[in-house]
Ligand binder design. Structure first.
Ligand code: PAF
Length: 282
């Protein structure tokens, strides 16, 4: 496994691989790898000749009061896990490599970034789409792998590559959960024991919503208030949003039908957790 902190030599190696007909898969991450990331790496390794893992805590996707400085980091452990997963190249750039002094250019996907996480994190997706575009241009992968836990991010990136004719196939992989249902996230590390205990309510509430819909309920308002009631039964939970949207437009729906995404964000203390459920409803 080769580790690069700068672009030029990594690009030369990737050019050689490409001219030898090797396919390149990219797994972009902010590090502090968990089993969710490992599932993306495994998929890339199984589908490509060369897998590149990027580890970069991207400052432009954090708001001014968010957790950029405290975001968990453990590069040595990440490298070990990457090596075990069969990663060929790890790219760990610094801020000065990724953002030159006069960085003026940003990529914006309109509409899809206005609601859900976009409402409380207004500059987040611009940061994500900008850094992902840069990573695509630097690494030029054939396929890139993202987790369904960040459902809105995956849809926004899919839209971006379609709208801008970026020749990268986006693969969205299922949410990986802890045994008690909590979606794996690097931010779970912030939770104290009591918060961690209560955080399982997110998955439980989504499962409950699924069952209500399977039993025939089609009113988004009714399903949303059941989720709200269930989450509010936990004393430490502070709901940021509960949304039921069309998966194609990410717009709120009144009647649940077709490809539906139930997405939520809830704070436990200072930690903001997200989770979601996709359903195809007839
Ligand atoms: O999902 C993430 O970890 C980040 O948003 C990503 C895609 C690596 C961009 O910084």
């Amino acid at each position: 496994m080769k580790v690069f902190n700068t672009i030029k030599e990594m690009r030369e190696l990737l050019d050689t691989h490409r001219s030898n007909g090797k396919s390149i898969g990219l797994v972009p991450t902010m590090g502090y790898l968990h089993e969710g990331h490992i599932s993306l790496l495994n998929k890339s390794v199984s589908e490509n000749d060369i897998t590149v893992l990027s580890i970069y805590v991207n400052p432009t996707q954090f708001g001014p009061t968010e957790d950029l400085d405290s975001y968990p980091r453990d590069i040595e452990n990440d490298k070990r896990l990457a090596e075990n997963a069969g990663v060929d190249i790890v790219f760990i750039p610094s801020d000065s490599i990724m953002y030159l002094e006069n960085h003026f250019t940003y990529v914006n996907v309109n509409n899809l970034t206005a609601n859900l996480c976009g409402s409380s994190r207004p500059t987040h997706f611009q940061g994500v789409t900008t850094i992902v575009t840069k990573l695509f241009n630097i690494i030029q992968p054939k396929k890139a792998y993202f987790g369904q836990k960040d459902a809105q991010q995956a849809l926004v990136i899919n839209r971006m590559v379609k709208d801008l004719n970026i020749p990268v196939e986006i693969i969205t992989c299922p949410i990986i959960r802890e045994k008690d249902g909590l979606a794996m996230s690097s931010r779970n590390k912030y939770l104290n024991q009591e918060e961690r205990g209560q955080a399982t309510i997110l998955f439980q509430s989504l499962q409950m919503a699924k069952n209500i819909i399977i039993d025939g309920e089609r009113s988004a308002d009714i399903v949303k208030s059941s989720i709200q009631q269930s989450i509010n039964s936990k004393s430490l939970a502070k709901i940021d949003y509960i949304s039921i949207v069309s998966e194609n437009t990410l717009e709120d729906i009144d009647k649940i039908e077709g490809n539906t995404l139930i997405a939520l964000a809830v704070r436990f203390g200072n930690t903001r957790l997200i989770d979601n459920l996709r359903m195809e409803v007839n």
